[in-house]
Structures are given as C-alpha cells and as structure tokens.
Design a protein. Structure first.
Length: 249
C-alpha cells in the first residue's frame, strides 16, 4: 500500500511547540482528520483535504483514516498535545484491531507531541520533578468509581497528580467531587496548579493551597496539577516557582 497514517500531536497550542517531525508529516499529507478545533489549527493549503468531526466520534474518525490510507491517501490524524495521552492513537489501534485484516498492512506512525501536562508543568517550574501520575477525570469511558479508586491510591502513594479534562459544562460535578476527596486525604496546604490554555494568548496560571481551590477555577482548557506532600513554592518578583524535589524518604 502506498498510503499511510500518521497520528500526530499538535502540542498544547503554540505553533512553536509543534515538532519538526509533525510539521513534515502535515506538509506531505493529502488528508487531515481530527476534532474540528484541532483541524482548524492547521493552515489550509492546496492538495490537503480537511475532515473535521465532532469530539465523540473517535472510532469513526479512526476508521475513516484507515479507509483513506488503504485507498492510497497520506493521512494525518490530529490530536492536541501528545496523541498517545488520552487521545487518538489508542482509538486508531482499537479500530485497526476490529477492522479488516488488510488494514494491518498499512504504514502507521505515531508522532509524539508536547502534552498539556508537561507544558503546564514547565510554565510553573517543575511540579512533576519526582514520581507522578496522570488521571483523566472524564467518566465518558470509565465509571466514576474507578476514577475515585485511582485518585485515592495516587494520594496514598504520594504522587503528584496531573488531571486531564477536569470540568466540563455537561459534567461539572466531577471536579467538585475530586476536590472533596483531596480534602479528605490531603493536608489543607497541599499546592495545586491551575494552568489554563498554556502557550496561547489566553494562558493563565494560578497556584493555590487546596483549602482555597474551587471547582469553578477549572474548565476543559485547564490542566490541574496537584503536588505531592513534598511539593513546594518559591516566591519571587517575576512570579512563583512550583517544584517537587527529586528526592524522597
């Protein structure tokens, strides 16, 4: 087959944070598939057909990409951040596994990108400087009971925790429940970073102790990073630095 699929991470927002590898794939592609806001981040050009779609049709989107590649097209499937972190790479492989055997001969590449988690951490300092985990707070594809169990275990293990998809208009209660669990299990002064729209003109960072955190501070463009018990803040005139020491006892 002459076609291929590249599942590409567009990074957290700024064009400067898109890798040269992803830029090259976009230049070679005949088709661009993805959630409409991600597709809109890529400039239109002659020879590139754009296929924007809704946020909850990942498997349909993945199957469409594989069908096009099987027909000889060069397809980029766009994800925000990194395609392997709560994004399209897994969906593509789910479609591949369930699809026709012929699809397994397609040239498929996953092109990494800078995640929202890492971009937010870098803006604030180094809150993920020691052991950490990432939890997706959306319960669209898993039950809330599983989210709560993982959250409690992460706190017990004293990980710094990065929360993806903390709060949407359709499920505003999830992040409120998360904060309630953190208040049950952590000290009131535990530091929390709210990093919204990092690397875009709308970027806003806020660091607060757990006791001052409110659900309304987060939305779907916000990355929330909860420090471990050892995470600390350095005050300075240019703005605070949040970091977690490299050592533990």
């Amino acid at each position: 087959m002459s076609g291929w699929v590249a599942v590409a991470g567009l990074g957290p927002g700024a064009d400067a944070l898109i890798t040269p590898e992803v830029t090259m794939a976009l230049e070679e592609a005949t088709d661009l598939i993805g959630y409409a806001p991600y597709v809109s981040r890529v400039a239109e050009r002659s020879g590139l057909t754009r296929h924007p779609s809704d946020n909850r049709v990942e498997l349909d989107r993945a199957a469409h990409a594989l069908e096009l590649a099987a027909a000889g097209h060069r397809v980029v499937v766009a994800s925000s951040g990194d395609p392997g972190v709560f994004a399209m790479a897994s969906a593509l492989f789910e479609a591949l596994e369930a699809g026709p055997a012929a699809w397994r001969a397609i040239d498929i590449r996953v092109l990494p990108g800078i995640t929202a988690m890492l971009a937010a951490a870098a803006r604030a300092g180094a809150p993920l400087g020691h052991d950490f985990c990432a939890i997706n707070l959306s319960d669209n594809l898993k039950p809330w009971a599983l989210i709560e169990r993982r959250l409690r275990l992460a706190v017990e293990a004293d990980f710094a925790i990065a929360f993806y998809n903390p709060r949407s208009r359709s499920r505003p209660e999830g992040f409120a429940r998360t904060l309630a669990i953190l208040r049950e299990t952590c000290e009131p002064g535990r530091l929390i970073l709210f990093a919204r729209a990092v690397s875009t003109p709308q970027e806003k960072l806020r660091i607060v102790p757990l006791e001052q955190a409110t659900p309304e501070t987060a939305d779907m463009r916000t990355m929330v990073i909860v420090g471990s018990s050892r995470t600390r803040m350095i005050d300075r005139a240019a703005g605070p630095i949040l970091y977690t020491p490299r050592w533990a006892e």
